[in-house]
Design a protein around this ligand. Structure first.
Ligand code: G3H
Ligand code: ZN
Length: 287
């Protein structure tokens, strides 16, 4: 089936009160695993490729083409999203590669500059039919708005969305990127207040550090897109390590990548159940 626009998946999530799982692709095995997990959970899914992953590959087109082809061959609604982009050029390239959405990350810029750049990029993306996710500028911390302790102010968030026209907003509510233990505490009353104040879907970044119960509570409080990467990479790498340790004579990469891919698929299916527990038909067929 053709790629599903991210906007359509988020609309369904908003209507039915669940959160779309958005998982990062680094290798083609990630895309295959994420789609297999979504198929197992009968849930729509967002494949996202970050600017960092693009840098690793030395370009967007090959990994985007592979992800796109895998998504089109899958029998679940799947969207393609550019994650944490700071370069307008890369955003233009994503549009040319058929992405349904981009995250422009101006969170390290001062407020006025972030607003101006995000507004300009959003205007261009809307002309191309792309959904735009953005993030508020924040004071301090190399991890921008996702430094532990940083919180998004609901009034500022509403003003930012009004000034920029973005379609989804990443908010700081207690999570932090790249955690390898799932012990973050989310500010649930703040999520509820942001949902009241902000007219677009809320996005949780750094969700690897958030335990299942808090993910479910965040969804109940109004979170509509949940980004998870490190947690899956941890399982992926653990499975590789185990396979190599179990048979030091292994040479064929398929023998150690297959268990890693299977581990990620199973965890994606499980996480999608956490993010959309009450929805019977999560495939977006009714959208
Ligand atoms: O944009 C990607 C996510 O925020 C992933 O963060 O690696 O901490 O799960 P994570
Ligand atoms: Zn992120």
């Amino acid at each position: 089936m053709p790629l599903t626009p991210t906007a359509q998946i988020l609309r369904t999530a908003e209507r039915d009160g669940f959160a779309a799982g958005a998982f990062n692709v680094i290798q083609i095995e990630h895309a295959e695993a994420i789609l297999a997990g979504a198929r197992q959970a009968k849930a729509p899914v967002i494949l996202q490729i970050s600017e960092n992953a693009v840098r690793y590959h030395g370009g967007l087109a090959p990994i985007a083409a592979a992800s796109r082809a895998a998504a089109r061959a899958a029998d679940v609604p799947a969207a393609l999203h550019l994650d944490h982009a700071t370069s307008f050029e890369l955003i233009r390239e994503a549009a040319a590669c058929g992405f349904g959405s981009v995250m422009y990350d101006g969170s390290r810029l001062p407020w006025a500059e972030n607003v101006a750049t995000t507004r300009e990029i959003t205007g261009w993306c809307h002309e191309q039919g792309l959904l735009v996710e953005a993030e508020l500028g924040e004071i301090g911390g190399k991890d921008g708005a996702h430094t532990p302790g940083v919180r998004t102010d609901p009034g500022e968030a509403a003003a930012f969305v009004a000034a920029t026209g973005v379609d989804a907003l990443a908010v700081a509510v207690g999570s932090s990127h790249a955690m390898t233990v799932r012990e973050a505490t989310l500010d649930l009353p703040l999520i509820a207040a942001l949902r009241e104040a902000v007219p677009v879907p809320l996005v949780l970044h750094g969700s690897s550090g958030v335990p299942d119960s808090a993910l479910a509570a965040a969804v109940a409080a109004g979170m509509r897109k949940v980004n998870i990467s490190t947690h899956l990479n941890r399982l992926y790498t653990e499975a590789v390590r185990e396979a190599l340790a179990a048979d030091p004579a292994l040479v064929d990469p398929r023998r150690w990548l297959a268990p890693a891919r299977d581990a990620v698929a199973a965890e994606v299916a499980r996480l999608l159940d956490v993010l959309a527990p009450q929805i019977e038909d999560r495939t977006g067929a009714r959208t």
